[in-house]
Design a protein. Structure first.
Length: 252
């Protein structure tokens, strides 16, 4: 069960962040509203939510999932893969130090937390445009030092590993067809996303409720079969910046 979530407010210049989407210019008032609804949903699920101030120097900093990885046994401060995001971790570090012993990914290693999927005591580490071999192997070493296992997963498309796959509990993965071919996922039940709903891969499992993005009816139908509560949240403005539900918090 998660008890805390760390979040950061989007800043007025959030639209200056990195994006590959062509969904139009995002609205600041609307993203604030969507972020507030997200924080409220986490509170309703019993989490105490820390809200850090926006970081004007780093327009993507409200995607707090990328500069750190929190596990039950330690927290890893990453060296984010996008140069424009390197430094976001600095103000996050003292906050995480309250909860866990800290270790650091160091250059030339790069890791984005969006590439790290935790499944019980095993970690899948995406090798992507943001997470390189050096970073992944540093991370694997830290995880092994506290008794976790891990394996690298090539990410052929999409920004991060968790843009295409997430763990929903009950030995079940929600994933794209491309990632479904990965042999390391063979021992899991798989819910395959339709091609036109792949964005819904970024569904967040919190204390036996699934938070999913609004507007993906086929995926919603498939998830209903799991028998968990499902809460749909509108993250249209977050999506315009290539982000989603998992990216906007660190869960502890
Ligand atoms: C970026 O390109 O880094 C941000 N605009 C989006 C990061 C999304 N983070 C995530 O999926 N963990």
């Amino acid at each position: 069960m998660y008890a805390h979530a760390i979040t950061r407010l989007p800043g007025e210049n959030f639209a200056d962040g990195i994006t590959t989407s062509h969904l139009g210019r995002p609205s600041f008032p609307l993203i604030l509203q969507q972020h507030e609804a997200y924080r409220q949903a986490l509170r309703n699920l019993g989490l105490q939510v820390t809200v850090l101030p926006a970081e004007p120097t780093f327009p993507d900093a409200y995607f707090v999932e990328d500069p750190a990885i929190i596990t039950p046994r330690l927290a890893v401060i990453t060296h984010p893969g996008a140069p424009a995001r390197q430094g976001e971790e600095i103000t996050l570090e003292p906050v995480l130090a309250r909860y866990r012993p800290l270790v650091h990914i160091t250059p030339p290693g790069t890791v984005d937390g969006g590439d790290v999927m935790i499944v019980e005591d095993h970690f899948f580490i995406g090798l992507s445009e943001r997470t390189n071999h050096a970073g992944a192997s540093q991370l694997a070493g830290f995880l092994a030092s506290v008794g976790y296992t891990s394996e690298p997963v090539p990410v052929a498309s999409g920004l991060h590993l968790k843009s295409g796959v997430n763990y929903l509990g009950k030995n079940t993965l929600l994933l794209t067809r491309t990632l479904a071919d990965y042999l390391g996922f063979d021992n899991y039940e798989k819910i395959l996303l339709d091609e036109d709903e792949e964005y819904a891969a970024n569904t967040l499992w919190i204390n036996d409720t699934l938070l999913m993005p609004k507007g993906f009816p086929k995926t919603h139908r498939k998830l209903t079969g799991l028998g968990m509560d499902i809460l749909e949240l509108d993250v249209s403005e977050v999506r315009k910046m290539d982000g989603g539900l998992t990216c906007m918090s660190l869960r502890i």
